[in-house]
Design a protein around this ligand. Structure first.
Ligand code: PLP
Length: 272
């Protein structure tokens, strides 16, 4: 519980997943459980459950612009975390609005597809690279997204690092390539920042409850940065937070289930 100091406000900009595993619901749960206050800007209503995405209803650039303006007028936002940004117009509206929001940190999760394969942002990736990477504190692609962004085939640590450096040349201050979906028994992530390269590895947790882990990781990092943690520490802590969230997942739904965002909170003794 934060008392005696101002609670950091995190703005999550992304899609709505009604099943609550990914998107802005996952972002809000994550930042809340890490002691921050979450506000959200909706870019698209997705129709989905844990089995997959059935449809998407993208918001207009004006709707996105107006949501940000209303929040910016009322809150001091410490960090902005972006997820699903489905159109170029939305990316442009966000990039322009950021100069008024003036967050201390911008964490860009370059979401391309849902785990079940639905295209969530393929058409706007050029705009995300051109307008958001140059102002990003951190970009957090998984290996597949990093490969699509750079054209580099990612098969090992060396190619992850090469892709990360390439994304850094696109303007991002730091890049975290997440290798959790790669074949090995270790979940190896590579962080490239101003100090150099840091390899973070942990045992891979074999689970189908991984829906929204990308959203969760990026918002955890945004919350920890806004709470004053240095980047490397924020990334290490966020990785541990996500691992515990997968390990204690509630096992809901019939597809890729949600993780447990509140694993650090008390068990309420509910029986089910
Ligand atoms: N944002 C939304 C709205 C989504 O529906 C999804 C996946 O379904 C994602 C982001 C990306 O999810 P993940 O965190 O699993 O990469």
């Amino acid at each position: 519980m934060l008392t005696g100091r101002k609670i950091p406000v995190i703005m999550a900009v992304g899609g709505f997943d009604p099943s609550g595993g990914a998107g802005i619901l996952a972002d809000i749960k994550t930042v809340s459980s890490l002691g921050c206050y979450g506000v959200a800007v909706l870019t698209s209503v997705t129709i989905q459950n844990t089995r997959g995405v059935l449809d998407v209803h993208h918001q207009s650039a004006k709707t996105v612009r107006d949501q940000i303006a209303a929040l910016e007028d009322d809150f001091q936002v410490s960090a902005v975390k972006t997820g699903m940004l489905p159109t170029e117009e939305i990316v442009d509206a966000l990039a322009t609005a950021l100069s008024a929001v003036e967050p201390r940190f911008l964490v860009v999760d370059p979401v391309l597809n849902a785990s079940a394969g639905f295209d969530l942002a393929g058409i706007s990736m050029k705009a995300i690279i051109g307008r958001l990477f140059p102002v990003a504190s951190l970009v957090t692609p998984n290996a597949n997204e990093a490969a699509r962004i750079t054209g580099i085939t990612i098969v090992d640590r060396e190619s992850m690092e090469r892709a990360g450096r390439e994304i850094q040349t696109m303007g991002a201050q730091a890049v975290l390539i997440k290798g959790g979906d790669m074949g090995s028994e270790e979940a190896v992530d590579i962080l490239i920042d101003s100090k150099g390269v840091l390899e973070l590895s942990g045992p891979k947790i074999h689970s189908s409850n991984t829906h929204g882990t990308g959203c969760t990781m990026a918002s955890a990092i945004a919350a920890l940065l806004a709470s004053g943690r240095p980047l490397r520490e924020a990334v290490r802590m966020a990785k541990a937070y996500v691992a515990a969230a997968i390990r204690t997942a509630p096992g809901l739904g019939h597809g890729y289930g949600p993780v447990n965002h509140f694993h650090a909170m008390a068990d309420h003794g509910a029986e089910g």
